[in-house]
Design a protein around this ligand. Structure first.
Ligand code: GUN
Ligand code: ZN
Length: 439
């Protein structure tokens, strides 16, 4: 009998067990690839994965197998840094970071005082993420705690594994967005209500050093010390005007990173967005603490912030992840993030292989967020979050893919040419949460 909780999908399967290295081919044992594979789901998790011919004899009698042999399945994409509250200001004519924040971002975030608006945007944002094949993200709300309640509620409804936090800002921002002492109390309430509930986690979220006093950052550090299972997200060294501002505001600090270190914000569950303008000393200190930099290539190009140096990151052992950084980022799609990362790499003589890119977007991002026991790989007992990719989604893609003779070529073509049209389905928690042809 086909148990009602079991699902069987026959498709090409791709998943990384570890970093594939920098070569033209993935290091031995780092990639699992089943040209004709079977994914067996049970109770929101992956029960078995492997070659169809090997697993099919153990299927229950009468098992109803979804036939996706013309599709390619990968773990769901992960976005380590994104602002859901900025969805509606994407593509606002950009200058540099600080002007862009004042002109578009802060006024937009004021709208999240209205709970109905926060609910509508949470739903719209998550639907867009699913359309792009992203199943987990680390997300900034606005400074209104209700923006986080709305987001957690919407994520829970869709069974998504999501990290989110209320922005902390107690200076240098519009009056309506500043929180003062209530910011920490509101964060504590949100942690109590949501952290560890179902698939949800709380990320303590001081926006960046210029908009928090040392008192507020110290209090954020105390939250992390009290509960080491919390995450931390903020921004670091994105833009030269920002660097000058931080140096003015913290004249006694050795450098920008030391501001965060002094408040206890740098640890293995900390994500610092951008990290473009770092020296090797800062990179090594981040590496020693196990923190990661979220590389946000489409945002860095859009705001003209600079070119992230992946080679320096690797040489110093500093972990980095891949992220969209909507609304400065120009695309929610993981494919587009990798394409921009490849282009940024090209300008610095550091081209990105498709192996590195797709490893980063899945298992690499999961590992850096300490979520690799749950997501990021197609492996038994992990949560059933994955994307079903249609390599024939457009006539152009179909033409290009038909000329590829190796898996590496196909993945690279997807990285450069694919977009949300190539996401046929997105599954989270063992359920199909988005189907392209239904919309
Ligand atoms: N630095 C501080 N806040 C922000 C933000 O909202 N977006 C980006 N890209 N950088 C920031
Ligand atoms: Zn950001």
């Amino acid at each position: 009998m086909n148990s009602s909780t079991d699902t069987f999908i026959r498709a090409e399967l791709i998943s990384f067990t570890r970093d594939p290295g920098d070569g033209n081919m993935p290091e031995s044992g780092s990639l699992e690839h089943y040209g004709d594979g079977l994914l067996w789901l049970k109770d929101q998790h992956i029960h078995a994965v492997g070659h169809f011919v090997e697993i099919s004899p153990s299927l229950p009698e009468g098992a109803d197998v979804l036939d996706y042999r013309d599709k390619l399945i990968m773990p769901g994409f992960i976005d380590t840094h994104v602002h859901y509250v900025q969805l509606d200001i994407m593509a606002s004519y950009g200058r540099q970071l600080l002007d862009w924040l004042n002109e578009y971002t802060f006024p937009e975030e004021c709208r999240f005082a209205n709970h109905a608006h926060a609910e509508a945007l949470s739903a719209a944002f998550l639907d867009e993420m699913l359309r792009a094949g992203t199943t987990t993200a680390q997300v900034f709300g606005s400074s209104h705690p209700g923006s986080v309640d709305a987001f957690f509620t919407a994520a829970n409804k869709r069974q998504l594994r999501m990290l989110v936090g209320k922005v902390l800002m107690d200076r240098n921002a519009p009056e309506a967005l500043m929180d003062g002492a209530s910011g920490i109390a509101d964060s504590e309430r949100l942690i109590e209500d949501w952290h560890g509930k179902g698939r949800l986690g709380y990320s303590v979220t001081p926006r960046f050093a210029p908009t928090s006093t040392k008192t507020q950052m110290d209090a954020a550090g105390a939250l992390l010390r009290n509960d080491p299972t919390l995450w931390l997200q903020t921004h670091l060294a994105e833009n030269s005007g920002e660097l000058d501002w931080v140096a003015d505001l913290f004249p006694g600090s050795r450098d920008y990173l030391a501001v965060y270190e002094a408040s206890g914000l740098v640890g293995p569950r900390s994500t610092f967005a951008h990290g473009i303008h770092l020296d090797n000393g800062m990179r090594k200190r981040l590496a020693d603490r196990g923190a990661n930099i979220a590389f946000c290539p489409s945002s860095n190009l859009f705001l003209g912030s600079g070119l992230f140096d992946r080679e320096a990151a690797k040489e110093t052992g500093m972990a980095f992840t891949y992220a969209s950084d909507i609304g400065a980022g120009t695309d929610l799609s993981g494919f587009a993030t990798l394409k921009a990362a490849y282009q940024v790499g090209q300008l610095g003589g550091q081209p990105l292989t498709a192996w590195q890119g797709f490893y980063g977007l899945t298992r690499g991002n999961a590992k850096a967020l300490s979520l690799d026991n749950h997501i990021g790989q197609l492996a038994p007992s992990l949560e059933a979050d994955f994307v079903v990719i249609d390599p024939q989604a457009t006539s152009l893609l179909a033409r290009r893919i038909s000329r590829c003779t190796t898996l590496g070529e196909r993945l690279f073509a997807l990285m450069i040419l694919a977009d949300d049209r190539a996401i046929f389905e997105t599954w989270a928690g063992g359920q199909c949460q988005h189907r392209r042809d239904n919309v």
